[in-house]
Design a protein around this ligand. Structure first.
Ligand code: URA
Ligand code: URA
Length: 262
């Protein structure tokens, strides 16, 4: 009671000014008839001649210094550390509820990294990329160019399943990309193969049809990146098998030229 009586209008004003400094201009205006100190005169108010001891004590600093996502990603020096960060990251989720993180799988030292689009139903259930029908075909494609699935690293643009397997929307891709790029930088592959249009256009930041992107290598981080058809697309359109075969042979050649692990 007596404490309350000691709070002067100047104290309130100082408090409000502090709030304004910390949180920015008020988004609600203070009704003029309830107080003579409106938002406009807050900033023009002169310092009192006799500054009184601040009461109550100055506001405590805001929560522990906010770390940027960039800082938190840079602090991940292992894939396991990055996986833990991804487990906590709400921004990696889609609007499908209760999906599982599909972080990535394979050899952490891989010289070839494959990047698909987003987990599907089987991937969500098993927590591993490319384990459904498209994954079976991907394994065959890898075998055809003398890789075992275990030799390479496999990830997706999105780490959570979108509802109904719809294409990841631009916002989801933008939110997931920094995590994927950190993953790429931790693995440091020599060659990156993007599977399908979503993967290729997201990483190359080029909204081009897949047929314009494929068949060439692009410098990307410390790697050479190329794009081919998505295995799920091959299951529907067998006319893309031939160009895919050509693309993956180029991948094998580039991998060997760059001294990829035998
Ligand atoms: N399709 C993808 O793009 N990624 C998977 O992990 C599975 C299917
Ligand atoms: N269009 C796509 O979106 N993906 C493919 O793999 C091929 C065509």
């Amino acid at each position: 009671m007596s404490n309350k009586a000691n709070i002067t209008p100047d104290d309130i004003l100082r408090f409000l000014e502090h709030e304004k400094e910390v949180y920015g201009p008020f988004s609600v205006s203070i009704p003029a008839e309830k107080t003579e100190h409106t938002e406009t005169n807050l900033s023009s108010e002169k310092e009192p001649e006799q500054p009184k001891p601040v009461s109550p004590s100055p506001a405590p600093p805001l929560s522990p210094s906010p770390q940027t996502l960039e800082d938190r990603l840079a602090a991940c020096t292992t894939l396991e550390g990055l996986r833990s960060l991804c487990e906590e990251a709400e921004e990696l989720k889609t609007d499908l509820e209760n999906t599982r993180l599909v972080f990535g799988v394979g050899n952490p030292e891989a010289d070839l990294m494959l990047i698909g689009e987003a987990p599907g139903e089987q991937e969500d259930i098993q927590g591993e990329p490319f384990v459904g029908a498209a994954g079976q075909l991907l394994n065959k494609i890898l075998n055809a160019i003398n890789f075992e699935r275990e030799d390479v690293y496999i990830a997706n643009i999105l780490k959570h399943r979108p509802p109904g397997n719809r294409n990841p929307n631009p916002d989801e891709r933008i939110r997931s990309l920094p995590y994927l790029l950190r993953q790429v930088d931790l693995i440091r592959p020599k060659v990156i193969l993007c599977l399908g249009k979503v993967s290729g256009t997201t990483l190359l930041k080029a909204e081009e049809p897949l047929r314009n992107l494929r068949g060439q290598f692009y410098p990307f981080r410390d790697a050479q990146l190329t794009v081919t058809y998505h295995p799920a697309a091959l299951l529907r359109n067998s006319q893309w098998k031939r160009p895919t075969w050509e693309d993956v042979q180029k991948v094998r050649k580039k991998y060997d030229e760059l001294g990829g692990k035998p």
